[in-house]
Design a protein around this ligand. Sequence first.
Ligand code: C5P
Length: 258
Amino acid sequence: MTSSAAAVGDSHETGMRLSKKPIPPHERLIFALDVSSVDEARKLVEKLGDSVNFYKLGLELFMADGYLEMLRWLNDRGKKTLVDLKFFDVPNTIKSAIRQLSSHRPTFATVHGNEEMLRAACEAKNGVKILAVTVLTSFDNADLKDLGYPREVDVKKLVLSRARRALDVGCDGVISSGREAEELRDRLGDNFLIVVPGIRPFENIEIEEDDQKRIVNVEEAFLRGADYIVVGRPIRTAVDPRKAARDIQDRISDLFES
Ligand code: C5P
């Protein structure tokens, strides 16, 4: 185990929250396929080969031609997929959108709304696991204030209360930063998925204009209770993306297979 892993929690707690769900370790890394065309996306997937088995398709790719075609292409190659379009609309529209999406068989889809929106998504999920976005990992308390939340609402409280309500209406899991994962597990149990973006695998990693604020590294995320991590730029902008993904997979194997 790396020194950063040992630094999480005290020795009594280390490993206590490590996910016991039967998820193959090599599927616990979700790569954010944030590129501007399907052509580029396919080339990157081919370059990554078996170092990545789970892909997140977000808004940038959605604005390129062929988003759903890309989803099918990945499914046909046995890859798992997360449709990260953070649906936010009136419940009826969310329900129809999720119903439509379910025919394309993604593994997960994200919804970024209130209880009614989340409930509507869950009613139409038809095999797709619904993940509720709690508070974006690019947000800190100042951003909440900027959105109009009262001073006494901080990120942790909001993540917890949004997660609790999401699970009550039938969501399969939540997206949160690794900094809230521990508390989510301790308060809400193990029976739901925690997916953690905002991963910065190394302390000295340089990402131009990095917008992520609530960051953790690979070991911190999992030792605090994440089931999956989402990694984008640290892999995509690496000199050798395949090696960067492989290195992260090795770190995940060290955690789950030791
Ligand atoms: O490049 P980076 O590793 O920061 O990528 C993180 C990905 O996770 C991005 O595609 C971003 O849209 C997504 N995401 C996030 N925070 C959330 C939900 C999704 O950063 N709460």
